[in-house]
Design a protein around this ligand. Sequence first.
Ligand code: G3H
Ligand code: 13P
Ligand code: ZN
Length: 349
Amino acid sequence: MPLVSMRQLLDEAAKGGYGVGAFNVNDMEQIQAIMMAAKETKSPVIVQASRGARKFAEDLYLFRLIQAAAELNPEIPIAMHQDHGNSFETCASAIELGYTSVMMDGSLKEDGKTPATFEENVEITRRVVDYAHERGVTVEGEIGVLGGVEDGHGAGGSGLEHITDPDQAVEFAERTGVDALAIAIGTSHGAYKFTKKPDGSVLKMDVLIKIHKMLPNTHLVMHGSSSVPKELQDIINQYGGRLKPTWGVPVEEIQLGIRNGVRKINVDTDNRLAITGAIRKVFAESPDKFDPRDYLKPAREAMAKVVAERMKQFGQAGHAGDYQPIPIEAIARGYKDGTLSTKPQVASR
Ligand code: G3H
Ligand code: 13P
Ligand code: ZN
Protein backbone atom coordinates (compact mmCIF):
# COMPACT_ATOMS: atom_id res chain seq x y z
CA MET A 1 0.00 0.00 0.00
CA PRO A 2 1.42 3.46 -0.80
CA LEU A 3 1.77 5.94 2.05
CA VAL A 4 -1.63 7.29 3.03
CA SER A 5 -2.87 10.84 3.61
CA MET A 6 -2.91 11.64 7.33
CA ARG A 7 -6.12 13.58 6.73
CA GLN A 8 -7.77 10.37 5.56
CA LEU A 9 -6.44 8.47 8.59
CA LEU A 10 -7.77 11.12 10.96
CA ASP A 11 -11.13 11.49 9.20
CA GLU A 12 -11.59 7.73 9.54
CA ALA A 13 -10.52 7.86 13.20
CA ALA A 14 -13.14 10.56 13.83
CA LYS A 15 -15.82 8.41 12.19
CA GLY A 16 -14.78 5.47 14.37
CA GLY A 17 -14.32 7.56 17.54
CA TYR A 18 -10.73 6.46 18.16
CA GLY A 19 -7.26 8.03 18.31
CA VAL A 20 -4.16 7.23 16.27
CA GLY A 21 -0.70 7.12 17.84
CA ALA A 22 2.02 9.07 16.05
CA PHE A 23 5.32 7.44 16.91
CA ASN A 24 8.72 9.06 16.32
CA VAL A 25 11.42 7.19 14.43
CA ASN A 26 15.13 7.67 13.85
CA ASP A 27 16.26 4.28 12.58
CA MET A 28 15.30 0.93 11.08
CA GLU A 29 14.66 -0.84 14.37
CA GLN A 30 12.13 1.77 15.51
CA ILE A 31 10.29 1.56 12.18
CA GLN A 32 10.27 -2.22 12.42
CA ALA A 33 9.01 -2.07 16.01
CA ILE A 34 6.06 0.10 14.95
CA MET A 35 5.24 -2.20 12.06
CA MET A 36 5.44 -5.29 14.31
CA ALA A 37 2.92 -3.64 16.64
CA ALA A 38 0.67 -2.40 13.82
CA LYS A 39 0.59 -5.86 12.26
CA GLU A 40 -0.11 -7.59 15.55
CA THR A 41 -2.93 -5.21 16.48
CA LYS A 42 -4.17 -4.53 12.90
CA SER A 43 -3.76 -0.78 13.34
CA PRO A 44 -3.47 2.16 10.96
CA VAL A 45 -0.51 4.23 12.11
CA ILE A 46 1.28 7.57 11.86
CA VAL A 47 5.07 7.42 11.71
CA GLN A 48 6.81 10.73 12.29
CA ALA A 49 10.30 12.16 11.99
CA SER A 50 11.57 15.28 13.69
CA ARG A 51 14.14 17.55 12.07
CA GLY A 52 16.71 15.92 14.33
CA ALA A 53 15.66 12.47 13.14
CA ARG A 54 15.94 13.49 9.49
CA LYS A 55 19.41 14.82 10.13
CA PHE A 56 20.52 11.82 12.19
CA ALA A 57 19.33 9.19 9.73
CA GLU A 58 19.82 11.27 6.57
CA ASP A 59 16.62 11.98 4.67
CA LEU A 60 16.89 9.33 2.04
CA TYR A 61 17.78 6.44 4.36
CA LEU A 62 14.82 7.23 6.58
CA PHE A 63 12.36 7.75 3.76
CA ARG A 64 13.39 4.58 1.94
CA LEU A 65 12.91 2.64 5.19
CA ILE A 66 9.36 3.96 5.46
CA GLN A 67 8.71 3.00 1.87
CA ALA A 68 9.99 -0.49 2.69
CA ALA A 69 7.63 -0.64 5.66
CA ALA A 70 4.69 0.29 3.42
CA GLU A 71 5.68 -2.25 0.78
CA LEU A 72 6.18 -5.05 3.31
CA ASN A 73 2.91 -4.32 5.13
CA PRO A 74 0.35 -3.62 2.39
CA GLU A 75 -2.56 -4.21 4.76
CA ILE A 76 -1.51 -1.37 7.12
CA PRO A 77 -2.37 2.27 6.29
CA ILE A 78 0.73 4.34 7.15
CA ALA A 79 0.98 8.14 7.06
CA MET A 80 4.49 9.61 7.09
CA HIS A 81 4.61 12.90 8.96
CA GLN A 82 7.13 15.69 9.55
CA ASP A 83 7.08 16.36 13.29
CA HIS A 84 7.57 20.00 14.42
CA GLY A 85 8.50 21.59 11.11
CA ASN A 86 10.09 24.94 12.00
CA SER A 87 9.88 26.66 8.62
CA PHE A 88 8.29 26.60 5.18
CA GLU A 89 11.52 25.06 3.80
CA THR A 90 11.49 22.16 6.29
CA CYS A 91 7.91 21.32 5.35
CA ALA A 92 8.50 21.74 1.60
CA SER A 93 11.54 19.44 1.70
CA ALA A 94 9.54 16.74 3.51
CA ILE A 95 6.79 17.05 0.89
CA GLU A 96 9.37 16.76 -1.87
CA LEU A 97 10.68 13.54 -0.32
CA GLY A 98 7.17 12.05 -0.29
CA TYR A 99 5.93 12.65 3.28
CA THR A 100 2.13 12.59 3.25
CA SER A 101 1.78 15.00 6.16
CA VAL A 102 3.66 17.89 7.75
CA MET A 103 3.45 19.82 10.97
CA MET A 104 4.14 23.51 10.61
CA ASP A 105 4.87 24.43 14.20
CA GLY A 106 4.48 28.17 13.88
CA SER A 107 3.81 28.52 17.61
CA LEU A 108 7.55 29.03 17.88
CA LYS A 109 9.88 31.05 15.72
CA GLU A 110 12.28 29.26 13.38
CA ASP A 111 14.78 28.72 16.25
CA GLY A 112 12.26 26.29 17.79
CA LYS A 113 12.47 28.10 21.13
CA THR A 114 11.07 31.64 21.03
CA PRO A 115 7.26 31.90 21.06
CA ALA A 116 5.97 33.50 17.82
CA THR A 117 3.13 36.01 17.68
CA PHE A 118 -0.35 34.83 16.71
CA GLU A 119 -0.15 36.71 13.40
CA GLU A 120 3.26 35.19 12.56
CA ASN A 121 1.88 31.74 13.32
CA VAL A 122 -1.22 32.27 11.12
CA GLU A 123 0.85 33.61 8.24
CA ILE A 124 3.47 30.85 8.05
CA THR A 125 0.93 28.08 8.68
CA ARG A 126 -1.42 29.41 5.97
CA ARG A 127 1.50 29.48 3.53
CA VAL A 128 2.36 25.84 4.26
CA VAL A 129 -1.33 24.82 4.01
CA ASP A 130 -1.64 26.37 0.52
CA TYR A 131 1.53 24.64 -0.70
CA ALA A 132 0.80 21.26 0.93
CA HIS A 133 -2.87 20.98 -0.01
CA GLU A 134 -2.07 21.66 -3.66
CA ARG A 135 0.04 18.49 -3.43
CA GLY A 136 -2.47 16.44 -1.42
CA VAL A 137 -0.43 16.65 1.77
CA THR A 138 -1.99 17.06 5.21
CA VAL A 139 -1.04 19.91 7.55
CA GLU A 140 -0.99 20.02 11.34
CA GLY A 141 -0.65 23.42 13.00
CA GLU A 142 -0.08 24.35 16.63
CA ILE A 143 -1.66 27.03 18.74
CA GLY A 144 -0.32 27.59 22.25
CA VAL A 145 3.15 26.39 23.20
CA LEU A 146 4.38 23.20 24.84
CA GLY A 147 6.70 23.38 27.81
CA GLY A 148 10.20 21.99 28.22
CA VAL A 149 13.32 22.19 26.09
CA GLU A 150 14.62 18.74 26.82
CA ASP A 151 15.18 17.75 23.22
CA GLY A 152 16.15 21.20 22.04
CA HIS A 153 12.60 22.01 21.03
CA GLY A 154 10.19 24.03 23.14
CA ALA A 155 9.83 27.34 24.90
CA GLY A 156 10.99 26.07 28.27
CA GLY A 157 8.98 26.36 31.47
CA SER A 158 6.49 23.94 32.93
CA GLY A 159 4.09 23.75 30.03
CA LEU A 160 1.54 25.86 31.85
CA GLU A 161 2.77 29.22 30.62
CA HIS A 162 1.28 29.16 27.13
CA ILE A 163 -1.95 27.16 27.41
CA THR A 164 -4.09 27.45 24.27
CA ASP A 165 -6.72 30.18 24.34
CA PRO A 166 -9.91 28.55 22.94
CA ASP A 167 -10.97 31.72 21.04
CA GLN A 168 -7.57 31.90 19.39
CA ALA A 169 -7.84 28.20 18.50
CA VAL A 170 -11.08 28.92 16.62
CA GLU A 171 -9.64 31.93 14.80
CA PHE A 172 -6.46 29.99 13.96
CA ALA A 173 -8.40 27.03 12.53
CA GLU A 174 -10.61 29.37 10.48
CA ARG A 175 -7.76 31.46 9.09
CA THR A 176 -5.28 28.66 8.32
CA GLY A 177 -7.42 25.75 7.09
CA VAL A 178 -5.23 23.19 8.91
CA ASP A 179 -6.33 19.55 8.89
CA ALA A 180 -5.24 18.92 12.48
CA LEU A 181 -4.70 21.25 15.39
CA ALA A 182 -2.15 20.71 18.16
CA ILE A 183 -3.12 22.46 21.37
CA ALA A 184 -1.16 23.15 24.53
CA ILE A 185 -2.84 21.84 27.69
CA GLY A 186 0.11 21.58 30.06
CA THR A 187 2.18 18.77 28.59
CA SER A 188 5.81 19.01 27.56
CA HIS A 189 8.24 16.85 25.62
CA GLY A 190 10.56 14.35 27.28
CA ALA A 191 10.56 12.28 30.47
CA TYR A 192 10.30 15.08 33.05
CA LYS A 193 6.75 16.34 32.58
CA PHE A 194 5.31 16.30 36.10
CA THR A 195 6.72 15.88 39.62
CA LYS A 196 3.59 14.00 40.75
CA LYS A 197 0.66 12.29 39.06
CA PRO A 198 -1.01 15.20 37.24
CA ASP A 199 -4.45 16.21 38.45
CA GLY A 200 -6.98 18.61 36.94
CA SER A 201 -5.01 21.66 38.06
CA VAL A 202 -1.96 20.60 36.05
CA LEU A 203 -3.31 18.99 32.91
CA LYS A 204 -5.88 21.33 31.40
CA MET A 205 -8.38 18.80 30.09
CA ASP A 206 -11.13 21.38 30.65
CA VAL A 207 -9.48 23.62 28.03
CA LEU A 208 -9.32 20.70 25.59
CA ILE A 209 -13.00 19.91 26.15
CA LYS A 210 -13.94 23.56 25.63
CA ILE A 211 -11.98 23.72 22.36
CA HIS A 212 -13.66 20.52 21.17
CA LYS A 213 -17.09 22.00 21.96
CA MET A 214 -16.24 25.09 19.91
CA LEU A 215 -14.59 23.14 17.06
CA PRO A 216 -16.46 19.82 17.08
CA ASN A 217 -15.12 18.57 13.74
CA THR A 218 -11.49 19.63 14.10
CA HIS A 219 -8.98 16.84 14.65
CA LEU A 220 -7.09 17.73 17.83
CA VAL A 221 -3.51 16.63 18.48
CA MET A 222 -1.89 15.95 21.85
CA HIS A 223 1.88 16.38 21.91
CA GLY A 224 4.06 15.31 24.81
CA SER A 225 1.76 12.34 25.42
CA SER A 226 4.16 9.77 26.77
CA SER A 227 2.93 8.22 29.99
CA VAL A 228 6.49 7.61 31.30
CA PRO A 229 5.49 4.32 33.00
CA LYS A 230 7.19 3.57 36.30
CA GLU A 231 8.03 0.01 35.12
CA LEU A 232 10.11 1.41 32.27
CA GLN A 233 11.85 3.89 34.58
CA ASP A 234 12.56 1.05 37.02
CA ILE A 235 14.20 -1.18 34.38
CA ILE A 236 16.55 1.64 33.40
CA ASN A 237 17.45 2.39 37.03
CA GLN A 238 17.77 -1.29 37.92
CA TYR A 239 20.47 -1.67 35.29
CA GLY A 240 22.62 1.33 36.12
CA GLY A 241 20.51 4.24 34.85
CA ARG A 242 19.87 7.38 36.88
CA LEU A 243 16.40 8.67 36.11
CA LYS A 244 14.85 10.92 38.72
CA PRO A 245 11.27 10.07 39.80
CA THR A 246 8.86 11.52 37.24
CA TRP A 247 5.30 11.29 35.93
CA GLY A 248 3.91 11.46 32.41
CA VAL A 249 0.41 11.83 30.96
CA PRO A 250 -1.91 9.14 32.37
CA VAL A 251 -3.47 6.99 29.64
CA GLU A 252 -6.95 7.67 31.12
CA GLU A 253 -6.47 11.39 30.41
CA ILE A 254 -5.51 10.62 26.80
CA GLN A 255 -8.62 8.45 26.53
CA LEU A 256 -10.70 11.34 27.89
CA GLY A 257 -9.09 13.48 25.17
CA ILE A 258 -10.00 10.90 22.52
CA ARG A 259 -13.63 11.09 23.64
CA ASN A 260 -13.32 14.85 23.09
CA GLY A 261 -11.87 15.21 19.61
CA VAL A 262 -8.23 14.10 20.03
CA ARG A 263 -7.32 12.05 16.96
CA LYS A 264 -3.49 12.14 16.91
CA ILE A 265 -1.41 11.32 19.97
CA ASN A 266 2.35 11.93 19.85
CA VAL A 267 4.55 9.42 21.66
CA ASP A 268 8.33 9.30 21.56
CA THR A 269 9.73 9.23 25.10
CA ASP A 270 8.02 5.97 26.19
CA ASN A 271 9.69 4.19 23.28
CA ARG A 272 13.06 5.75 24.10
CA LEU A 273 12.70 4.48 27.68
CA ALA A 274 11.76 0.97 26.52
CA ILE A 275 14.71 0.78 24.14
CA THR A 276 17.20 2.10 26.68
CA GLY A 277 15.99 -0.25 29.42
CA ALA A 278 16.27 -3.30 27.17
CA ILE A 279 19.78 -2.38 26.03
CA ARG A 280 20.96 -1.63 29.58
CA LYS A 281 19.63 -5.01 30.71
CA VAL A 282 21.67 -6.88 28.09
CA PHE A 283 24.78 -4.83 28.85
CA ALA A 284 24.42 -5.44 32.61
CA GLU A 285 23.51 -9.12 32.44
CA SER A 286 25.80 -10.18 29.58
CA PRO A 287 28.87 -7.96 29.60
CA ASP A 288 30.57 -10.49 27.32
CA LYS A 289 28.23 -9.71 24.40
CA PHE A 290 29.31 -7.38 21.62
CA ASP A 291 27.10 -8.24 18.62
CA PRO A 292 24.69 -5.27 18.22
CA ARG A 293 21.92 -7.70 17.30
CA ASP A 294 22.10 -9.12 20.83
CA TYR A 295 20.81 -5.83 22.24
CA LEU A 296 18.99 -4.27 19.27
CA LYS A 297 16.61 -7.22 18.99
CA PRO A 298 15.37 -6.99 22.61
CA ALA A 299 15.27 -3.20 22.23
CA ARG A 300 13.07 -3.53 19.14
CA GLU A 301 10.82 -6.00 20.93
CA ALA A 302 10.53 -3.76 23.99
CA MET A 303 9.47 -0.83 21.82
CA ALA A 304 6.98 -2.99 19.85
CA LYS A 305 5.37 -4.00 23.16
CA VAL A 306 4.86 -0.37 24.22
CA VAL A 307 3.53 0.64 20.79
CA ALA A 308 1.08 -2.30 20.65
CA GLU A 309 -0.19 -1.41 24.13
CA ARG A 310 -0.75 2.23 23.12
CA MET A 311 -2.50 1.16 19.88
CA LYS A 312 -4.98 -0.83 21.95
CA GLN A 313 -5.40 1.97 24.50
CA PHE A 314 -5.94 4.64 21.83
CA GLY A 315 -8.52 2.46 20.05
CA GLN A 316 -6.87 2.28 16.62
CA ALA A 317 -6.34 -1.50 17.00
CA GLY A 318 -8.47 -3.51 14.60
CA HIS A 319 -9.11 -0.60 12.21
CA ALA A 320 -6.38 -1.20 9.59
CA GLY A 321 -8.76 -2.84 7.13
CA ASP A 322 -11.71 -0.45 7.52
CA TYR A 323 -11.02 1.63 4.40
CA GLN A 324 -9.23 1.83 1.09
CA PRO A 325 -6.49 4.43 0.82
CA ILE A 326 -7.33 7.40 -1.38
CA PRO A 327 -4.44 8.24 -3.74
CA ILE A 328 -2.66 11.48 -2.79
CA GLU A 329 -3.53 13.01 -6.22
CA ALA A 330 -7.23 12.45 -5.48
CA ILE A 331 -6.76 14.04 -2.05
CA ALA A 332 -5.23 17.09 -3.79
CA ARG A 333 -8.29 17.30 -6.08
CA GLY A 334 -10.53 17.00 -3.00
CA TYR A 335 -8.89 20.04 -1.39
CA LYS A 336 -9.23 21.95 -4.65
CA ASP A 337 -12.88 21.21 -5.34
CA GLY A 338 -13.89 21.56 -1.69
CA THR A 339 -14.99 17.97 -1.11
CA LEU A 340 -12.25 17.87 1.53
CA SER A 341 -13.27 20.79 3.66
CA THR A 342 -10.71 23.10 5.21
CA LYS A 343 -13.30 25.31 6.87
CA PRO A 344 -13.88 24.26 10.46
CA GLN A 345 -17.37 23.96 11.80
CA VAL A 346 -17.62 26.48 14.64
CA ALA A 347 -20.28 25.52 17.17
CA SER A 348 -20.23 28.42 19.61
CA ARG A 349 -17.92 31.06 20.99
O1 G3H B 1 9.50 16.70 19.22
C1 G3H B 1 9.77 15.84 20.01
C2 G3H B 1 10.14 14.47 19.65
O2 G3H B 1 10.27 13.72 20.84
C3 G3H B 1 11.36 14.39 18.78
O3 G3H B 1 12.49 14.71 19.50
O4 G3H B 1 13.75 16.44 18.20
O5 G3H B 1 14.90 14.89 19.83
O6 G3H B 1 14.05 14.04 17.64
P1 G3H B 1 13.88 15.05 18.74
P1 13P C 1 6.83 12.72 24.36
O1 13P C 1 8.16 13.30 24.67
O2 13P C 1 5.88 12.86 25.50
O3 13P C 1 6.90 11.32 23.87
O4 13P C 1 6.19 13.61 23.18
C1 13P C 1 6.55 13.40 21.85
C2 13P C 1 6.05 14.46 20.94
O5 13P C 1 5.19 15.27 21.26
C3 13P C 1 6.63 14.50 19.59
O6 13P C 1 6.18 15.58 18.84
ZN1 ZN D 1 5.71 17.31 19.92
